[in-house]
Design a protein around this ligand. Structure first.
Ligand code: ADP
Length: 274
């Protein structure tokens, strides 16, 4: 019964929120208000797919004799449940990104490898959109790009920017992925030739659930959490995320990772050698 699955799902999410909330006891009221806002937003975002799944499964139940109708409803059911699972995945990623990074969570991560892996993982998605991805990593090819952090979370930050860039690109557009070294950091910049973001929206795009074009994004678009997850992750790692954008020209997002003091010798998994 899909409604049972939804209920189980909801209970898990609620537990997750309680943990997030419990963290807050004793903190300032402003923070509490933000959490309340967040939960109100989450409930709002969850309601639509959950209601749809409920109605659709009833409709499937009643239309069981007509294969054509069942098929149509089943397709909508698949879409709504996909949306729900993306939402719960993003909420979990956000709550992880917001938690403080303990020293034992950190392992050496090669930003260069991370970027390559994520670009490869997005090739099919880019091709579906008729978008070409171009990676530039000419500068300082010998320099170590190791940072200390959580590889999965850092991968998600890069992945979210890549998928946004591809999604917002026009067919035939190009997404540039560049790796540049600064004195103590490595900067990954992802540039697209999409519609760009108007200056009045720019400061708000990192907010949870903020979408520039609500109606368009909500229908088949993302959850509105991707940039928020990326920013929390980068800041938890002592880095940051920056954006430059011009409507009609495109957007450019940069991730700054503080480099590890010393590159790990030998295997990538080894901790820092003395
Ligand atoms: P979403 O799941 O909607 O993509 P994000 O947090 O990743 O959520 O992004 C928030 C909003 O910022 C998007 O809805 C979109 O309006 C805008 N945005 C993000 N990346 C780009 C981009 N590369 N080009 C244009 N607009 C973008």
């Amino acid at each position: 019964d899909p409604r049972h699955t939804v209920r189980v799902h909801l209970v898990r999410l609620q537990r997750r929120f309680l943990v997030v909330l419990a963290d807050d006891l004793g903190e300032e009221q402003r923070v509490n208000a933000m959490r309340r806002d967040f939960i109100a937003n989450v409930s709002h975002e969850l309601k639509t797919p959950i209601a749809a799944i409920g109605l659709l499964s009833e409709a499937v139940h009643e239309a069981a004799a007509e294969p054509g109708t069942v098929r149509t409803f089943a397709k909508s059911l698949m879409k709504e449940s996909k949306r729900l699972s993306e939402l719960s995945r993003d909420i979990i990623q956000l709550s992880e990104a917001q938690s403080t990074l303990r020293p034992e969570d950190r392992e050496p991560v090669s930003v260069r490898d991370l970027v390559r892996t994520e670009v490869e993982a997005h090739r099919t998605f880019a091709a579906q959109h008729g978008v070409e991805m171009v990676v530039t990593d000419a500068q300082d090819a010998e320099r170590s790009s190791y940072v200390l952090g959580r590889p999965a979370a850092l991968g998600v930050a890069v992945a979210n920017l890549l998928s946004n860039a591809i999604t917002h690109s026009p067919p035939g557009g190009r997404v540039g992925v560049g790796l540049e070294f600064e004195q103590r950091s490595v900067v990954v910049t992802i540039t697209d030739q999409g519609e760009g973001i108007a200056p009045e929206h720019l400061p708000r795009i990192f907010e949870r659930f903020y979408r520039v074009d609500d109606s368009r994004s909500r229908d088949g678009g993302g959850t509105g959490l991707g940039l928020s997850i990326a920013r929390h992750t980068m800041r938890a790692h002592g880095g940051d995320i920056d954006v430059w954008s011009q409507p009609g020209v495109g957007s450019s997002f940069s991730l700054t990772f503080p480099l590890a003091e010393e590159a790990p010798a030998g295997a990538a998994k080894k901790k820092k050698k003395k």
